[in-house]
Design a protein around this ligand. Structure first.
Ligand SMILES: O=C(O)CCC(=O)C(=O)O
Length: 302
């Protein structure tokens, strides 16, 4: 990767080798080439696709809500998103994403939706549920594929990871395992998992869903082991800027790097898009999506 002073880490593991994401802005307007790259490499990195000022407006709204809820240091500019000492809350926070018009405008209108309409070639639906990450100093998100969390609808479903502010390597950001979407064995094993399903006719671990088993759908915490076993290269960029988007397939292995700062909070969103004409995973649709709650559990005979 281009020079950076901080070594990328994931769950405490220094990532042995990290390379730069390919910038696919040059292919915007050539949908066949965009689709070819997505199929071959599992992702498209589109720096500056979005309007930077609009993304920063969304950040301002998120930060005001975090400040009002007491998460931010009172003596710093809220736009810096510095955590109040002792605060360590790093869950997806619906409170900052729900009913946030600035954020929804960035994710669900303008250049983002225009991109998806062109890429998918028809009318697009986005999931109603918006994931929002407020990653405090500490571990990021371990390696996984999104399909295990949202695979009950079309497999032609895509994620947009959107930094809500500038994100350097110290703050973390996303890593993609290049070409992992084409790993046949992974597609036939791990990618068949549905984290909310369990075998209702089986005793022991098979009778538990992924949450009860404690794996939560993760492939593993050590990115070096995962790379060794699946092949490919871990890719990221030394600086994600507000306005950039990283889009990828639900079969692409990715991970959120650790936040190695003393007190800055990493703000990003991940949102999902598909053709409106194809079936959608019901857990993420509607005014109050059930998500991974009790309404999502599915007992199978297996
Ligand atoms: O931002 C992160 O830490 C993880 C994001 C993620 O897993 C996703 O976009 O699917």
């Amino acid at each position: 990767m281009s020079q950076t002073l901080v070594q990328p880490r994931c769950w405490g593991h220094v990532v042995n080798e990290v390379f730069d994401l390919r910038d696919s802005s040059d292919a915007l307007g050539d949908v066949e080439e965009l689709r070819r790259r997505m199929d071959a490499e599992g992702y498209l990195f589109l720096p500056g696709l979005l309007n930077r000022e609009e993304v920063l407006d969304a950040r301002r709204e998120v930060c005001s809500r975090l400040a009002a809820a007491g998460y931010l240091a009172p003596d710093a500019d809220i736009m810096e998103a510095r955590a109040r000492p002792g605060m360590r809350y790093d869950k997806v926070m619906e409170t900052v994403a729900n009913g946030n018009p600035q954020l929804h405008s960035v994710l669900y209108s303008g250049p983002m939706m225009e991109f998806w309409r062109e890429f998918l070639g028809g009318e697009v639906r986005h999931f109603d549920y918006t994931w929002f990450r407020t990653i405090f100093p500490g571990p990021g998100t371990a390696s996984h594929c999104d399909v295990v969390y949202m695979g009950r609808g079309t497999p032609r479903l895509y994620t947009a990871w959107t930094p809500i502010g500038d994100i350097d390597t110290e703050l973390g950001g996303l890593m993609i395992l290049e070409g992992s979407n084409n790993h046949r064995k992974l597609r036939e094993s791990y990618c068949k998992m549905d984290v909310d399903s369990y075998c209702e006719n089986r005793e022991g671990p098979a009778g538990l869903d992924a949450w009860q088993k404690g794996t939560g759908g993760w492939l593993g915490k050590n990115p070096n082991q995962i790379q060794k076993s699946l092949g490919g290269r871990w890719l990221t960029t030394p600086l994600y800027r507000a306005g950039d988007v990283l889009v990828f397939t639900v079969f692409t292995v990715h991970a959120g790097m650790d936040n190695q700062t003393a007190n800055r909070i990493r703000l990003s969103s991940d949102s999902r898009y598909q053709l409106a004409s194809e079936p959608a995973d019901e857990r993420w649709i509607g005014e109050n999506p059930v998500g991974h709650g009790p309404g999502a559990k599915r007992g199978l005979i297996c």
